[in-house]
Design a protein around this ligand. Sequence first.
Ligand code: ADP
Ligand code: MG
Length: 573
Amino acid sequence: MATQDDLKRILQRIDGRGYKAYKEIVGRPSDSRYTFPTFTLYIDYVQGDPFAAPSRLRVRVPQTQAQYPAVLFSNDSRRIGLESYLAAAFGQACHAAAGRSGSGKSGLIEIDAPGQEMMERTAVTITPEFVEARFVVGLPAQGRRVLGRQAAIMLTETVPQLVEAALFYRNGRADLMQRYAHTNEDADALRQQLTARGLVAFVADGSMLPRRSGVDNRPLDRATAVPFQSPPSLRVTLQTPNGGAVSGMGIPLGVTLIVGGGFHGKSTLLNALEQGIYNHRPGDGREQVVSDPSAVKIRAEDGRRVAGVNISPFINQLPFGQDTAVFSSDNASGSTSQAANIIEALELGASALLIDEDTAATNFMIRDQRMQALIAKDKEPITPFIDKVRQLYDEKGVSSILVIGGSGDYFDVADRVIALDSYVPQDVTAAAQAIAAQHKQERQREGGAHFGEITPRIPLPRSIDPSKGRRDVSVKTRGLRTVQFGTETIDLSAVAQLVDDSQTRALAAALVYAWERYMDGERPLAAITQLVMQDISQRGLDVLSRYPVGDFAAIRPFEFAAALNRLRTLQIR
Ligand code: ADP
Ligand code: MG
């Protein structure tokens, strides 16, 4: 097997040659491995020129060298916490070591470090045998000439320093590693208790929910943030393996309203619940805010594509006889898009819907008595959510948490009402029910006695084409919100629970994976999604790629389906 010295010799030899000479360090797959004294370096991919996507490398350190105590990764929860710490630490070490000089990406060293969330990702893997980090390197060049000596320094000096600093247990912060592992384990434990306790979500007392800004999801400064405090009537106490008993607000199953004046923190609370499907790193403020993993944020999304969704529970008799049992549109309205978003979430097994009036279509949410008097039901295709929200829970067991500051009509259908007053929640259920009894509303219930059918949809594989030009599969992502799928662009801007660019990359790969393996024109979307998720959970995110990729992160069935549902060519049988 080739060694560190072999690598150094090749790099020095190709100094000054054309950039393609770098390909010599990969050779055949079995040759792209170099043994160093304390680890193995893998060169998985070498970039074609200094401006292209950087080269992909991996280091694998045996536990005989790395020496992580087994208790830090003794179950998946702890392991993911520790891996999050290690990816962050490796990222910091890269930041300190990278010296950009030369053309294009020369000198770059980067790992896909996590944001505020702790979730499964491919950047760092720890097992009883080894710890592995995957990162990218910009192989240095002057113009398009190989800077071989500089490359030799990067790969045979800087990389070993990074490994030494960030991947050896003895050089890391043992206290922080434990905190990451324990925090992640405790969050998983809290989430696991929700169902047995009849809860949809839990927000621990003392949590810090507000974020620094609309584009920065780190916590708001502790000096200005008001810590979360549960109303006494909703306070529950849950157990954690490391932090002991934790008390806070439990949001029970059923229909919950969040009310209160504008700017009193309603959306901030709902956002925290939306993100409670993820665990958060120590110091985030939301470490002990957890939601049911199948809770789905719903919003209006006018302009989106809809493919063959049965939205008839909400919408019937559109003008000109458009069919709503198999509804398709290239340009859905606010209300039809919101209806489609709900039905698609139910099709995939959502347990709870989270809706904020800020991003909902008003005519989808309410239709009051006066409007009923003016516009007869046979002229209004929409059955408002207020007439469906109870059926959803009573018939299908699907809870709703709704931010509704503007309509007291909802008091009649709510199991509880939480009011925010200067960011402090209060249980105002009794007061809201008294008001509902006193001011009887005269509006008519609409939409029938039952919720209606959720119709499974079968995607047609020939409506999905990842090819572009001469390439059979050309699928790329741009940031968090955009997947370039063949010649089509998938817009994920309204998919609120997608938080990390690496999830988007995994989603894009998963679409191709599902199309190649599981879409046969017979299987319904939910079954396809389940098969993909099963493969990922059994064999890891690596199943989505032919070569090891260091920048994938975990995805849920809902976001996978959301991406497919927004592909504008999608057709349904
Ligand atoms: P609403 O939806 O009720 O109109 P928001 O949730 O949008 O209100 O919050 C209004 C503002 O208050 C936001 O800038 C938010 O960051 C801030 N905020 C929310 N909760 C807190 C809190 N607990 N402490 C301090 N500021 C907060
Ligand atoms: Mg709001």
